[in-house]
Design a protein around this ligand. Structure first.
Ligand SMILES: [Zn+2]
Length: 102
């Protein structure tokens, strides 16, 4: 068994676990319910952790996690690096100056 990712955001960990399962990787979440009160970051050792049961899945799991974390969140706004305009997430380019989304 191998730990592949840890983050205080339980929802993110849950989402990643789902993605891994969709790709046929047997995984589970540790510390899912030990986090402190709302708005309070749990100490590092209590962060929810994502583990894979089969060590052979580790590299693939890491790749999947990386690609999920790098994918832009649909619907989240971005700031145009060129003109500073706030652009809605569904647009791939700035509506004002045409600069592509970062
Ligand atoms: Zn712009």
């Amino acid at each position: 068994m191998q730990k592949v990712y840890s983050n205080p955001d339980r929802l993110l960990i849950g989402h990643l676990a789902q993605v891994l399962e969709q790709h046929g990787i047997d995984c589970y979440v540790k510390n899912a319910f030990l986090a402190g009160g709302a708005g309070e970051l749990p100490p590092l050792e209590c962060w929810p952790e994502l583990w894979v049961r089969d060590d052979a899945d580790r590299a693939r799991a890491m790749d999947l996690i990386k690609s999920v974390l790098q994918a832009p969140e649909s619907g989240s706004e971005w700031i145009c690096p060129d003109c500073g305009e706030q652009v809605e997430g569904q647009f791939a380019a700035c509506w004002r100056c045409g600069h592509r989304a970062p």
